[in-house]
Design a protein around this ligand. Sequence first.
Ligand SMILES: Nc1ncnc2c1ncn2[C@@H]1O[C@H](COP(=O)(O)OP(=O)(O)OP(=O)(O)O)[C@@H](O)[C@H]1O
Ligand SMILES: [Mg+2]
Length: 330
Amino acid sequence: MSEQNSSAAAQDDIVRIEHVSNSYYENQLGIFGKRKKNQVLRDVSLTIHRDEFFGLVGESGCGKSTLANCILGMVPFEGTIEVAGMSYGKANRKEFTRHVQAVFQDPLSALDPRRRIGEILREPLDIHGIGTKEEREAKVKEMLETVGLDASYATRFPRELSGGQRQRVCIGASLMLEPELVIADEAISALDVSVGAQILNLFRKIHDEKDFAMLFISHNLNVVYYLCDRIAVLYYGEIMEQGGAKEIYDNPAHPYTRILQAAIPDLKPGKEKKEMAFVEAKNARPWVEGACPFYRRCPRALDECKKAPPLTNIAKEGEPEHLVRCWRHS
Ligand SMILES: Nc1ncnc2c1ncn2[C@@H]1O[C@H](COP(=O)(O)OP(=O)(O)OP(=O)(O)O)[C@@H](O)[C@H]1O
Ligand SMILES: [Mg+2]
């Protein structure tokens, strides 16, 4: 890549995550009076392009929310994270929040119960001193419309809304400052299936209409495939596979992704899935230091997997990047 091209590519990357690791110490003291250190994220690197819908998928406990919290500056980490060219720091906290906003799983706890919806939506503009009073009111009205609520909702309290309507308010609040990145962490998991589907469609519609990148976090590969341009599959704090959403869904190359994919009921009749399943817990292989993180549960593991594989691009020349961390990828 020429220097000019590489700087053009860098400008198109709104999030740059480089070699990020995160650990926490257990509360209880161990046998030698020391707290045990547990690593959650292991050397995670990825970039999210401007205006891209990026999906992060993986089973519960693999570190998805921890990565989101690292990006939001809510937990300490090693490595580098930049959003819109900025690293989070105490001094630039206010400026940073203009660029990065988040929508979480539980809309009720995210909304101040004592404030009316209009005030909640207006608050970011008040804090950042954006626009006149009239302009702020107009923007609140416009945002209610954007998220599919009529103007009368401005005077209601969060308890007077359904779960889906509250999540619409949270999405609206996240967009008031016109951020460059919105993180949605399991944003439909607490909703029933039909309401969740409506919220997914809302995310897609708003993303089509406005300019921002989305980091959509879910344990459901199907949902991520439906929404996203690119996907990263996280397992035990490491990226196992990353690439175009369609490519990964149709041709998963890592055994872990294939298991996630096989767990989805087949919506395309006639297309046979190669069944794959985790090695049962009772047959799981003993932990080997330095092995592939998936070694214990992988149905395809061989002796060579006792050495950790690198994340390798398996795309054919000229095709978009498809990264896989597996010696035995298919
Ligand atoms: N400060 C902490 N104290 C205790 N455990 C922690 C801490 N931080 C992270 N963990 C653990 O790290 C692991 C990853 O947590 P994280 O919330 O990132 O997972 P997740 O992929 O978001 O899971 P889920 O899909 O259930 O939301 C979990 O096992 C969690 O219990
Ligand atoms: Mg989580």
